[in-house]
Ligand binder design. Structure first.
Ligand SMILES: [Mg+2]
Length: 169
């Protein structure tokens, strides 16, 4: 089922270097908005910085794969983090994923995609043959649309064989 993620977690921090290593992952692609921070947060907090440092120390390459058309948001967030980004990725198209895999010379079986949206992050990941890791939206669902989206996504998360969330809604 193309819309079911491989794993579901509460938060990006649950995706540890040990977890990734155990799954043979050397390249972690990650969404930005609502995955690493709510959209309103312009700069990474200490938690994101510590998590990225732990991945780097483990030899795992991290790159932001974002659908933002303008690079300004992603550039500002990534500044000083020493991580790369692939912008205007057009998820769920395979194009952006392919660009990232080529850029980092990593085959799909050693790549994972982390994100909060089924129809972009997870669908693109599964179409591209990379491990699809889903998180709850960072900061929670606030707007009416976010709440609808959250509700619509929930059955697919529950259908996931590896739902690691501590509190299921
Ligand atoms: Mg997102």
């Amino acid at each position: 089922m193309l819309l079911t993620p491989h794993w579901v977690f509460d938060d990006y921090a649950a995706v540890t270097p040990d977890f990734l290593r155990a799954h043979g992952i050397t390249l972690l692609l990650t969404d930005l908005d609502y995955t690493l921070a709510p959209k309103s947060v312009r700069e990474p907090d200490d938690g994101v910085r510590a998590w990225l440092a732990s991945l780097k120390a483990a030899g795992i390459t991290v790159a932001v794969l974002s659908n933002n058309r303008s690079p300004a948001r992603v550039e500002r967030f990534c500044a000083g983090l020493e991580i790369d980004f692939v912008g205007h990725a057009q998820k769920p198209s395979r194009k952006g994923y392919r660009r990232a895999l080529e850029k980092f010379k990593t085959p799909p079986e050693h790549t994972a995609m982390l994100g909060d949206k089924l129809l972009t992050d997870m669908l693109g990941a599964k179409r591209s043959g990379v491990l699809a890791l889903m998180v709850e939206p960072k900061g929670g669902a606030h707007t009416a649309w976010q709440k609808v989206l959250h509700t619509l996504q929930e059955p697919f998360k529950r259908g996931c064989a590896h739902d690691e969330r501590t509190a299921r809604r």
